[in-house]
Design a protein around this ligand. Structure first.
Ligand SMILES: Nc1nc2c(ncn2[C@@H]2O[C@H](COP(=O)(O)OP(=O)(O)OP(=O)(O)O)[C@@H](O)[C@H]2O)c(=O)[nH]1
Length: 588
């Protein structure tokens, strides 16, 4: 598995944070901008809807004004009362009605209905297939059972009655069967204050609706519903006047957000398609409830406008694209900065780690950021102090180790290598000489009569003597030769250099001369003799132990010989008088 360094991991972390932060910022900026644009579109839609509503109600008010004018004409009162002189007046009034019909193509009928005779029509002018006609008396009907008659009769003087909007029945004007229509009526009140009849105008709303749609901005969807929610205007005409075809298509079902308008809540509501209307999410909607008519059961209408948000959201989407580019650029910058920052942070740590890896490397230690004033600087300074202390401790320890090692391999009294160190050096020398076929020799030196010095002058004098002998032996041999003390009064010398081997006899002479010189111990002067035995590699032995034993044996022969101070081991077998050295017979 690849192990990532601190710098890499820190870079990845910072990059992730940077990219996530810029991405989240961009995303929320886009969302906020989009919802702001949509809310603005909804808000701006509301005044347009209110204006449209006002136009619709104004159009109906104009009709109501006409009706009120007609109902207050003196001839209307006379005709409604059925005065005998009214026939002439009725003819004139019919003409007035006719003219109103001519000026208002949306009027389907204008009726004057008397209260008497079960609401008998006294005048009816209607728009038929053959144009506007005054209906002859024979076709006039009793209308007292129609709501628009008895509701208008119940309406106060000076007020107009507006019927619910419905489709014109078959019995209406021939040319307008099945069209959206409304009855607007006003009571005819005589001088005594009695309501004697009504004037009712039947209005074809098709043209009003068309005008509303025409007046609304292009591309807008127009909706109109009655107080129960039945669509009267809908972009899809099959959704309108469902109640007339035995099915209800209700605004509050199509747009659940409009429920509040029908439940007596606020008089307007705005939302967009994303607010759960079930419509395409690319539309903003505004719906306004407006009072309509004055009679119970005929209370209000709801007008709505829908606006496509496609063009509005285009700018949001353009901004979204720009945000994506900005996020990409800022992410790239974040990546570069994160890498630089992580490296800058990790570099001093790496220097610290390098210095910690090798405490003895001064070049690495010199790169420590000790001059920094931050936490890393504090850490570096602490580390540098610790490093110097460790180094000092290590030097001390090393010196002690060397001392111990020296003590372990040297004799404390004479300072010469001891037996153990001598054997190591001898084995090493044999190992070196063996493959090269070289020679080497050792000399065993044992003092004569040393015990007497101890006994006569004390142990201290013996020690002094041993130290002086060691010094003289060292001076008597070549620098390449190794003098060691085996213990007691026994010394040994290793000759590994070829010239030293050749000059052994001369060396023996020098040793003897050196030892013959009296040793001064305090006021006393004494002589110390020595017996020497020499063995050679590879002639006498093949290994260190054997070589030493044979030098010892040769020395022993010399010690026991009354004439010889030194003996070569190789000479022992050659000597015929081995019995003369019988004490070494077992050593060979
Ligand atoms: N002062 C002193 N005496 C030591 C030391 N080591 C051993 N000795 C003594 O050295 C003496 C050696 O005895 P021997 O081997 O009989 O010595 P010698 O009298 O020279 O006899 P030969 O070797 O047989 O000639 C003993 O008395 C030891 O106690 C030492 O470090 N210092």
């Amino acid at each position: 598995m690849i192990r990532l360094g601190l710098s890499t991991r820190l870079s990845i972390l910072l990059v992730c944070i940077g990219v996530a932060a810029s991405g989240a910022t961009g995303y929320y900026a886009y969302r906020a901008n989009r919802s702001m644009i949509m809310q603005e579109a909804e808000r701006s839609l509301l005044p347009a809807t209110q204006l449209l509503t006002q136009r619709f109600t104004t159009a109906l008010s104009d009709v109501a004004d006409d009706v009120l004018v007609l109902s207050t004409m003196p001839s209307s009162v006379a005709v409604a009362r059925g005065d005998d002189a009214a026939d002439a007046g009725r003819a004139r009034l019919s003409q007035v009605f006719l003219r109103f019909m001519m000026h208002h193509p949306e009027y389907l009928t204008i009726r004057l209905v008397t209260r008497a005779h079960h609401g008998l029509e006294r005048i009816r002018v209607e728009r038929g297939a053959r144009g506007i006609v005054v209906v002859p008396d024979g076709r006039l009907q009793e209308k007292g059972h129609f709501a628009y008659v008895f509701d208008t009769l119940a309406t106060a003087q000076g007020h107009a009655y507006l019927s619910p909007i419905g489709l014109t029945p078959d019995s209406s004007a021939d040319a307008a069967t099945g069209r959206p229509a409304i009855y607007i009526g006003a009571p005819i009140v005589d001088a005594a204050g009695n309501t004697v009849g009504v004037v009712v105008v039947e209005v074809d709303l098709t043209q009003v609706f068309h005008r509303l749609e025409r007046d609304s901005p292009a591309g807008y969807l127009v909706y109109l519903a009655n107080e129960w929610g039945d669509f009267l205007i809908h972009p899809d005409s099959s959704q309108t006047f469902g109640f007339a075809h035995g099915r209800r298509v209700l605004m509050q079902q199509t747009f659940p957000a409009t429920h509040v308008l029908f439940d007596g809540g606020p008089s307007s509501v705005t939302f967009n398609g994303e607010a759960g209307s079930g419509r395409a999410p690319v539309h903003a909607f505004a719906f306004v409830r407006a009072p309509f008519g004055a009679v119970e059961g005929n209370r209000f209408i709801v007008v709505g406008l829908g606006r496509s948000l496609t063009s509005v959201l285009d700018s949001a989407n353009a901004l979204g694209g720009q945000i994506v580019r900005m996020v990409l650029v800022s992410s790239a910058i974040a990546i570069v900065l994160a890498i630089l920052f992580a490296r800058a942070l990790a570099r001093p740590l790496r220097v610290l780690a390098d210095a910690a890896t090798d405490l003895l490397d001064d070049a690495r230690a010199q790169r420590l950021p000790v001059e920094r004033s931050d936490e890393i600087g504090v850490l570096a300074r602490c580390f540098d102090r610790m490093r110097l202390e460790i180094r000092a401790q290590m030097s001390t320890l090393h010196a002690r180790q060397l001392e111990l090692s020296h003590l372990a391999g040297h004799d404390a009294l004479t300072g010469l290598p001891n037996r153990m160190r001598f054997m190591e050096r001898l084995e090493a020398a044999i190992g070196h000489a063996l493959p090269k076929g070289e020679q080497l020799a050792i000399m065993f030196v044992d003092l004569d009569g040393f015990k007497q010095i101890n006994d006569r002058f004390g142990h201290f004098a013996g020690d002094e003597t041993l130290a002086i002998v060691a010094q003289r032996l060292r001076e008597a041999v070549a620098p390449t030769d190794l003098v060691a003390r085996l213990g007691g009064d026994e010394f040994v010398i290793l000759f590994s250099d070829e010239r030293s081997i050749d000059a052994i006899d001369a060396t023996v002479q020098r040793i003897q001369s050196a030892l013959d010189e009296a040793v001064a111990i305090g006021p006393h002067r004494m002589r110390v003799g020595a017996s020497m035995g020499i063995s050679e590699f590879p002639g006498d032995a093949k290994n260190a132990e054997e070589l030493l034993a044979k030098a010892d044996a040769a020395m022993y022969v010399a010690k026991t010989s009354p004439r010889r101070r030194f003996v070569r081991y190789r000479d022992l077998n050659a000597d015929e008088g081995q019995e003369q050295y019988g004490s070494v017979g077992g050593l060979t």
